[in-house]
Design a protein around this ligand. Structure first.
Ligand SMILES: [Zn+2]
Length: 212
């Protein structure tokens, strides 16, 4: 726990320091905090947590027990929506599969409404998971950005060259980890038998033939 004494000691130390030194001192202090304490502090400062708790004004457009969608107050385009879990998670990978699919279903519904009501001609879903990916707030959020022709928004990167060898190597590495899911998603369809519909039957799996 951070005690009042710790804080007043820090306050004393900060006095007389310039801004840069103050920042350094605060960073040092933060590093001494136990992990749980740090997580608590981060949540108290997190804008998405504050929005979820109703502590700052939100232009809510959708809400359920787990997710909240608000209008971005500094939008890339009018109608720019931020959709996020109410609970504080930094990375998308920390959400359950069920929650990830729910989040994308909600995003898809919002996108449809943006197209219908704002006459958007396209929609971008932008998500940054991790600071290296450009995540600014450590609470996962999905940007839903309605797009219009020549609206000046760019998602740009410089294309790099990849050798055939690199591509093969990366493909082998990644595809082998995804093999099971790939089988289920792409090759198998669920087809319950129609006869004896009053009896509870196990669903039948059928391997679909590839169409050449
Ligand atoms: Zn948060």
């Amino acid at each position: 726990m951070v005690s009042e004494d710790d804080l007043s000691e820090l306050e004393q130390e900060l006095m007389g320091l310039n801004e840069k030194e103050q920042r350094q001192k605060i960073n040092e202090f933060v590093k001494t905090l136990p992990k749980e304490e740090l997580a608590k502090l981060q949540m108290q400062q997190c804008v998405f947590c504050l929005l979820s708790q109703g502590k700052i004004k939100a232009y809510k457009i959708y809400e359920n027990d787990k997710f909240l969608a608000v209008l971005d107050i500094n939008p890339a385009n009018i109608g720019h929506v931020l959709l996020f879990p109410k609970k504080h998670y930094q990375y998308l990978s920390l959400l359950s599969d069920k929650d990830v699919s729910e989040m994308f279903m909600i995003a898809n519904n919002i996108s449809k409404v943006l197209v219908q009501e704002l006459k958007a001609q396209g929609v971008n879903l932008y998500l940054a998971s991790g600071n290296a990916a450009g995540q600014k707030v450590n609470h996962i959020s999905l940007n839903i950005i309605p797009r219009f022709e020549n609206d000046g928004i760019e998602f740009a990167w410089n294309m790099k060259k990849a050798s055939e060898q690199d591509l093969e190597q990366i493909k082998t590495l990644i595809a082998s980890k995804l093999a099971i899911k790939k089988e289920v998603v792409l090759e198998v369809s669920l087809e319950p038998k129609k006869e004896n519909s009053n009896q509870i039957k196990k669903p039948q799996f059928k391997i679909e033939k590839r169409i050449p």
